[in-house]
Design a protein. Structure first.
Length: 385
């Protein structure tokens, strides 16, 4: 099987397993006889270890080999999801989600680093866009398909299906990808050395700062979408789901347009145009009183977001080629930390001055981010044209 297809399967399995719980919280609460607040912990039980374990897996992949690590994580993710399907209590399911999240977190950053190892810089924008497409499809189907399966078949079948997907991806990595790296001794000191090598590149801090701010003021505002719907009289949770799904669909269309964008704008131009456009779209969405228009604005926003974020991913894979796994792990952690703090900040802003100013503020910050972000990338396209 093609190399990128197999890595896409691994990425899909990781993101599907993350989003699978979101639409079926009410079903789980009723079946497990717990409150909605208790069952909502299942989402954070996955994402917290998902974010923190990336820092652990980055140097491990650099030492033992990224293919070996992805295989290992997929096998254990398969096991964790199978246990989730068999859980007989909320506590058991919570523990299985923590276990699953920990090993799912060691898949996507390692996959990105693997692309950096095996694909030339000139071809990397297209290659990473294909991985991005798998990521977005996993998010979409993790939300949409799991809700349908849970409603008409049962929540256990959702976890069973996710386990089968992860198992299929694991099998594909065993059959279709060979490890190119010999094992090296793994130690805490060696891990710190790898992170030190990454941070010695002066560009690293700039890239991580930009992606943290990007995460805070893009994904960090997502919890405010439902309050925005209510404030404008456009609906509530269902309508917010449509808006966020549109954002993901915009990202999928971006992945198909990458070759044209790179040729016309170059990496630097993509970052600047993406940040400014996303900022403007957020600001306009705060003022639009029609659901269809907000959905359309967020679809365009998803396209523009990935113009910025995908180039940041490309830069992260080149910060320290000798410690690429560690570099991408730091990148992913900065992005998730930015999202976490962004969500806290936007909630406070919404309490103090209302939900519309959240989107106006986020839009203004993203527009201001365009200039420093665009200076990080090469001014010309990778093809030199």
């Amino acid at each position: 099987m093609p190399f990128l297809f197999i890595l896409g399967l691994a990425t899909f399995a990781s993101t599907f397993s993350m989003r699978a719980v979101d639409p079926m919280l009410n079903i789980l609460a009723a079946d497990l006889n717990v409150t909605l607040q208790e069952v909502a912990m299942l989402a954070s039980a996955f994402t917290l270890p998902y974010a923190t374990m990336q820092l652990v897996f980055g140097p491990i992949g650099d030492a033992v080999g990224k293919v070996r690590l992805v295989r290992f994580n997929l096998v254990l993710l398969t096991l964790g999801l199978a246990v989730s399907a068999l859980a007989v209590s909320h506590q058991m399911l919570l523990a299985a989600r923590v276990f699953s999240g920990a090993f799912a977190g060691g898949i996507i950053p390692v996959v990105l680093a693997m692309v950096g190892d095996r694909v030339s810089f000139e071809q990397r924008p297209l290659a990473l866009s294909r991985i991005l497409l798998a990521l977005v499809l996993g998010q979409l189907l993790g939300s949409a398909a799991s809700g349908f399966i849970a409603a008409f078949v049962g929540w256990r079948e959702v976890f069973a299906a996710a386990s089968v997907m992860a198992g299929a991806a694991a099998l594909a990595t065993f059959l279709g990808i060979t490890e190119q790296k010999a094992r090296e001794p793994l130690s805490f000191g060696a891990s710190l050395t790898r992170y030190g090598a990454v941070l010695r590149n002066p560009l690293s801090i700039k890239v991580y700062a930009v992606v943290a701010i990007e995460g805070a003021f893009s994904f960090g505002v997502f919890p405010m979408v439902a309050p925005l719907m209510v404030a404008h009289g456009l609906g509530d949770a269902v309508e917010a789901g449509l808006v966020l799904a549109a954002f993901a669909i915009g990202g999928a269309f971006y992945s198909l347009a990458v070759p044209v964008l790179v040729r016309i704008l170059g990496l630097s131009g993509m970052m600047g145009a993406g940040a400014v456009s996303l900022g403007l779209l957020f600001m306009i969405s705060a003022l639009v009183p029609h659901l269809a228009m907000v959905v359309g604005l967020f679809a365009l926003g998803g396209f523009c977001f990935y113009m910025l974020h995908n180039v940041l991913q490309i830069l992260a894979t080149e910060l320290a080629p000798e410690a690429r796994g560690s570099a991408v792990a730091l990148f992913a952690s900065a992005f998730f930390i930015g999202q976490a703090f962004g969500a806290l900040l936007t909630a406070q802003v919404a309490v103090l001055v209302g939900v519309e100013p959240v989107f106006l503020l986020s839009g203004a910050v993203l527009i201001a981010l365009a200039y420093p972000a665009s200076r990080l990338a090469p001014r010309a396209s990778p093809t030199g044209r």
